[in-house]
Design a protein around this ligand. Structure first.
Ligand code: HGY
Ligand code: MN
Ligand code: MN
Length: 400
C-alpha cells in the first residue's frame, strides 16, 4: 500500500509532495483510497464535502468507530503527514481480520479532504464543512493563488460544489474517531517511546499581513523618499520572533507574495502570512497583538499602509478525556509498550471534530521531529508498532 502511494504527487525536483486539493495529484490519491477500500470489500463513498469513507458494516446502525486522516500535503511536504494515518487504518483492518476479530460496531476509514489548506489557505476544509465550522458561503469564497475559487476547482475535478454543507447526520452516526498521525515533534524520540496518545492541540491560526507601499525605481529613488513595504515586512518578521520567544510560543512567516516582484523595483505590495501557535489562548493573543503593533508602528514610520486579516483559526482542543483514557487502558495492557500522553502544536481533523464527536489521536515516533518537509521520516518498525497499536485500539472499541 505504502509503495503504491509513495510516488503519487511527488515532485522530482524537491522529493516533496504537492498533493493540493482538487488537483490531479489529489485525484490520484482519491483513486488509491477507493482501490484500497474496494480491494477489502468495504463500501466506498465520497460525502457532500469531498471526504472519502470506506465502511465495514452499515454506518446507519450508528455508534461507528472511525479511523483515518488526510492524503493532501503542504507544498513539498513529507510522505508521512496524513498518509501514515490512512495507510495504518487499512493495515490495522487487515491485522484485525488476521486476528479473526468480530466487529460489533460499524468501522469507518476516512480520508478528510483539504486538511493542509495548501491551495486555498484554510486548514481542514473537509472536516470544518462537515462539522459546520465553515459556512458554505465562506467555502465558496475560498480562492487559490491563481484566482481559482473552490467551487470552480471542485467542478474541474468533477465534483458538485453545491452539495457542500454541514453533515450532522453523518457525525451523529459516529461514536468515536481515532486518528493516527506521525508525530510532528521530538517528544517520543526524547522519551524513547514508539507510540503516544494526544492530550491537546495548541490554539493556532493564520494571519495575512498586506503591506502597501509605493512602487519606484530601485536605482534612482533616494532612501529618504522611499515607502518600501519590504522593509516593514522584514521588521515584522523579526518582531514575530521576538514576541514568540517572549511568550514561549511559535510564530512563522513562511509564505510571501511580492508585487511586482522585480529585482530593480521597490515593491508596491508585500503580502506575508503569519502562522502562530501557543500553549494557551492568552499567550497566542499576546504574541499576535505584539506582532501587529510592531508592524503598524514600522509601517506608519515608512508611510506604508497595512491591513491584517485572520484567515484561519483553531481554538485549543482538549481531546475527549474518556476516549483518551480508554486508549491508554487498552494500550496499557501491552507489556511491550509505554504510551505517554502528549500535547501538540499541529492541527488535525480530529481537533476540528472534537467538539462534535469524541475524538482521539495516536502519534508514531518521528526520530528527527521534522515535518512539512521532504525529510519527514518515521522508521518502519515504529510505523508497524503504530498499526498494531491502532489495531489494538480498534479491537478494544469496536469488537467483542
Ligand atoms: O498546520 C498544521 O498544523 C497541520 O499540519 N495542518
Ligand atoms: Mn500537516
Ligand atoms: Mn496532518
Amino acid at each position: 500500500m505504502w509503495a503504491e502511494l509513495l510516488p503519487v504527487g511527488r515532485s522530482s525536483a524537491s522529493g516533496g509532495y504537492r498533493r493540493y486539493a482538487w488537483t490531479g495529484a489529489d485525484a490520484d490519491c482519491r483513486a488509491w483510497f477507493r482501490e484500497q477500500a474496494e480491494a477489502r470489500g468495504l463500501a466506498h463513498e465520497t460525502d457532500r464535502n469531498g471526504n472519502q469513507w470506506a465502511w465495514l458494516g452499515d454506518p446507519a446502525a450508528g455508534n461507528a468507530v472511525v479511523t483515518g486522516s488526510h492524503l493532501d500535503s503542504v507544498p513539498d511536504g513529507g510522505a508521512f503527514d496524513g498518509p501514515l494515518g490512512v495507510v495504518s487504518a487499512f493495515a490495522a483492518l487487515d491485522e484485525l481480520r488476521g486476528r479473526g476479530a468480530r466487529f460489533t460496531r460499524p468501522l469507518g476509514i476516512v480520508n478528510f479532504g483539504d486538511e493542509e489548506g495548501a491551495r486555498f489557505g484554510l486548514a481542514c476544509v473537509g472536516s470544518r464543512l462537515t462539522a459546520g465550522a465553515l459556512t458554505v458561503e465562506q467555502a465558496h469564497r475560498l480562492t487559490d493563488g491563481d484566482g481559482v475559487t473552490l467551487p470552480r476547482a471542485m467542478e474541474a475535478a468533477g465534483y458538485d460544489p453545491d452539495t457542500l454543507g454541514p453533515d450532522p447526520e453523518r457525525l451523529a452516526r459516529i461514536g468515536a474517531f481515532v486518528e493516527l498521525h506521525v508525530e510532528q515533534g521530538r517528544a517520543l524520540d526524547l522519551s524513547g517511546d514508539r507510540i503516544g496518545i494526544a492530550s491537546a492541540i495548541w490554539p493556532h491560526g493564520r494571519w495575512r499581513f498586506d503591506f502597501r507601499g509605493e512602487a519606484n525605481h530601485a536605482g534612482t529613488t533616494r532612501l529618504a523618499d522611499r515607502h518600501d513595504p519590504m522593509l516593514s515586512y522584514a521588521e515584522t518578521v523579526l518582531a514575530a520572533r521576538r514576541e514568540a520567544e517572549l511568550a514561549g510560543a511559535v510564530a512563522t512567516f513562511g509564505k510571501i507574495g511580492v508585487e511586482p516582484n522585480g529585482v530593480n523595483a521597490i515593491p508596491s505590495l508585500v503580502r506575508g502570512w503569519l502562522d502562530s501557535r501557543a500553549a494557551d489562548q492568552t499567550s497566542l493573543d499576546t504574541v499576535v497583538t505584539g506582532i501587529e503593533k510592531a508592524a503598524r508602528e514600522h509601517a506608519a514610520a515608512q508611510g506604508v499602509d497595512l491591513d491584517v486579516v485572520r484567515e484561519s483559526f483553531t481554538p485549543v482542543v482538549e481531546f475527549d478525556h474518556a476516549l483518551r483514557d480508554e486508549l491508554a487502558r487498552i494500550l496499557g495492557t501491552r507489556t511491550d509498550l509505554r504510551v505517554p500522553v502528549l500535547g501538540t502544536g499541529a492541527g488535525h481533523d480530529a481537533g476540528i471534530l472534537s467538539d462534535r464527536i469524541p475524538t482521539a489521536m495516536l502519534f508514531v515516533r518521528n526520530p528527527t521531529g521534522v515535518s512539512h518537509s521532504p525529510a519527514e521520516y518515521a522508521a518502519e518498525d515504529d510505523c508497524v508498532a503504530g498499526v498494531t497499536a491502532l489495531a489494538d485500539v480498534l479491537e478494544g472499541l469496536a469488537c467483542t
